[in-house]
Write a protein that binds this ligand. Structure first.
Ligand code: HEC
Length: 102
């Protein structure tokens, strides 16, 4: 079942924000995603979520995102519509203060 939540809510619900900064360029456990929509396309973003180790960003540890999301049951529980909302939201982030481009 889709949660009906926005992408901005979903990144909090699923703990993405524990490892990724979304409102600034600083690195946490993982790379900042605040400009991911300017750097990558939706296909890459979707793959990065579904199969985090398919492409490992240089300088960051493999396995940690995957094992954390697996441990939360993300891959069993996340609804397709929520996955789409996450990808759309991340693709909208262009590295601008204040978040999404209009
Ligand atoms: C436990 C920490 C952790 C969590 C939780 C986590 N990630 Fe990640 N993520 C990483 C790390 C480390 C990398 C870099 C290594 C790699 O490419 O797998 C990464 C890479 C990424 C990338 C590619 C970034 C780039 O610059 O190419 C995306 C997109 C991403 N994560 C999205 C998400 C989303 C969406 C969630 C929540 C559903 C999430 N991550 C949860 C640690 C995490």
């Amino acid at each position: 079942m889709a949660s009906g939540k926005s992408g901005a809510e979903l990144v909090k619900q699923w703990g993405c924000v524990n490892c990724h900064k979304l409102d600034g360029p600083e690195r946490l456990v993982g790379p900042s995603l605040w400009d991911i929509g300017a750097r990558q396309d939706k296909r890459y973003i979707l793959e990065s979520i579904l199969d985090p180790d398919a492409v490992v960003v240089p300088g960051y540890p493999p396995g940690v995102m995957k094992s954390t999301l697996e441990g939360m049951g993300f891959y069993q529980k996340v609804a397709l519509a929520d996955l789409k909302a996450l990808v759309e939201y991340l693709a909208s982030l262009q590295g601008q203060p204040g978040g999404e481009k209009q």
